[in-house]
Ligand binder design. Structure first.
Ligand code: THU
Length: 129
């Protein structure tokens, strides 16, 4: 699967965004090393702290099905600008997917990052040893 195709999957997932409070739609598509794609959207709750971001929805879907091996995640939104993963999602990515390419896309344009660039000097499992 090309990164462009993965971005298209993220846009498909964005259609399911439940975001009546912010009207800010986000979609994500997580590519496993075996080629399977787990998609996710943001799900907002009236008690805002319970909201789940699109990236975490996709990652938690994969984890909940026993799949822990990923190569990339694409993130898109309804904004006219790129949407970068929030701090909590960065922490989840460093926990479960620290080597993946993080593709931040807007239409046909995208940028690719590693988690070390987005979350330098992170706190991880290693620090608990
Ligand atoms: N959001 C995401 O889904 N992913 C991010 O990385 C940034 C923020 C969602 C959460 C909330 O539903 C909306 O965008 C506005 O913050």
């Amino acid at each position: 699967m090309t990164y462009h195709e993965l971005v298209e999957k993220a846009y498909e997932a964005m259609q399911f965004s439940y975001s009546p409070y912010s009207n800010f739609k986000v979609g994500a598509a997580l590519l496993t090393t075996s080629g399977k794609v787990y998609t996710g959207c943001n799900v907002e709750i009236a008690s805002f702290g319970a909201t789940n971001c699109a990236e975490r929805t996709a990652i938690f879907k994969a984890i909940s099905e026993g799949n822990h091996d990923y190569s990339a995640i694409a993130v898109v939104s309804s904004s006219r600008d790129f949407t970068y993963p929030c701090g909590i999602c960065r922490q989840v990515i460093v926990e479960f997917a620290k080597d993946i390419d993080i593709i931040v896309a807007k239409d046909y344009d995208y940028e690719v990052y590693k988690i070390d660039e987005l979350l330098p000097k992170s706190f991880t499992q290693i620090d608990l040893k």
